[in-house]
Ligand binder design. Structure first.
Ligand code: HEM
Ligand code: HEM
Length: 305
């Protein structure tokens, strides 16, 4: 369906993505500073909206405030999409984003009230990444690039490029899950460390398939470079996060190097997952699926090359 580009809506969506990056950083700080239970109640903090911002309370309460502001921003974004976007799928995605942020907020509250039991912190960490990629997708769908007429490229390989990039994103998400499982002490480090070479191999395979099949498409080449660079950076950061933990094992925690390394590793994890999802969307936008090609040719339309 044809859609009209709205500069304001797209820029606002980008701002919401930037805000969510700040929120993910603030959340990761809560975990790394061991401040999750510094505020024992929810939805208020010590029965007020304005508790003394000292020690762990400062981390936990500011995370809640930034999350509340995100709630407001996402409601505004969904209203803008409802008002200005002609595509029902994008309008509904706006509503899904609102639902996702509300769900995430409740999960955060339950994490505190249930004292970090029942895998709640792991779910909260992983849903955060899902909310993040939903908002990144909205920003992508509202961009001028997405809405313009674009050349379409044929995928001659097997398995289809759509399947490869989707698997790549799936593996990265499982790796994030394993990281969150370890970070919140529900899993050992083994699945996460053994998962890293698998993710790396998956990214290499994905990037190689993209290069072989679409060497002349600048957007796809850019996505390949980003995937490679971020996965490399993330593995280095993971090694640094582990190393800072090991060398400061006998020191009183939280030590600054551990906090910085683990927070940055968590946030870059979200950026890697988002890049893998953007790659999936790029492929769906530029490469018609086999059955679309078949359908178009039986109707006498030849897919553009
Ligand atoms: C609405 C959007 C929210 C997002 C996107 C979000 C995101 C995050 C992220 C990324 C983390 C770090 C997880 C990690 O490092 O493993 C986190 C931690 C945390 N969040 Fe949220 N959060 C949100 C709302 C809330 C709310 C409303 C609360 C209310 C209590 C909350 C409470 C917590 C707590 C207690 C932690 C630390 C968990 C732990 O250390 O085990 N969050 N959040
Ligand atoms: C592509 C590969 C990797 C990805 C996508 C990834 C992603 C993540 C993410 C997202 C988290 C935090 C989860 C959360 O709670 O939100 C995490 C935690 C962690 N990761 Fe990775 N990681 C990767 C590779 C590695 C490697 C190679 C190592 C070390 C050898 C490593 C060590 C760790 C450690 C130690 C933590 C827990 C941080 C803490 O101490 O709290 N990661 N990882």
């Amino acid at each position: 369906m044809k859609a009209t580009y709205h500069w304001g809506v797209h820029k606002f969506a980008l701002f919401v993505v930037a805000w969510t990056t700040v929120l993910v950083t603030a959340g990761a700080l809560v975990t790394s500073e061991d401040a999750a239970l510094a505020v024992p109640d929810w939805p208020l903090s010590y029965g007020t909206l304005n508790p003394p911002m000292v020690g762990g309370i400062a981390f936990e309460h500011s995370h809640r405030l930034i999350a509340a502001a995100l709630g407001l921003l996402v409601i505004i974004l969904a209203s803008l999409l409802w008002r200005y976007d002609e595509r029902p799928s994008v309008r509904y995605l706006g509503l899904v984003a609102v639902g996702g942020v509300i769900f995430q907020g409740i999960l955060g509250g339950l994490t505190v009230l249930k004292l970090l039991h029942y895998w709640l912190p792991v779910m909260h960490a992983c849903t955060a990444q899902l909310v993040f990629v939903i908002l990144v997708s909205i920003a992508f769908f509202t961009s001028r690039w997405w809405m313009q007429d674009l050349p379409q490229y044929e995928d001659r390989g097997y398995p289809s490029i759509h399947a490869i990039v989707a698997f790549n994103a799936f593996f990265i998400f499982v790796q994030v899950l394993a990281g969150a499982g370890f970070r919140h002490r529900y899993l050992s480090l083994k699945p996460h460390v053994f998962g890293a070479p698998i993710v790396l191999a998956m990214v290499f395979w994905t990037a190689a398939a993209l290069r072989r099949r679409f060497p002349q498409v600048p957007e796809i080449s850019r996505a390949r470079v980003w995937l490679h660079s971020i996965v490399g950076l993330q593995i280095l950061l993971g090694i640094v996060a582990l190393w800072t933990r090991i060398v400061s094992a006998d020191d009183p925690q939280p030590m600054l190097p551990v906090v910085v390394a683990t927070v940055v590793h968590t946030v870059v994890g979200a950026l890697l997952f988002a890049t893998s999802i953007v790659t999936v969307l790029l492929c769906y936008r530029l490469v018609p699926r086999k059955r679309e090609v078949l359908f178009a040719t039986t109707r006498g339309e030849v897919p553009a090359q």
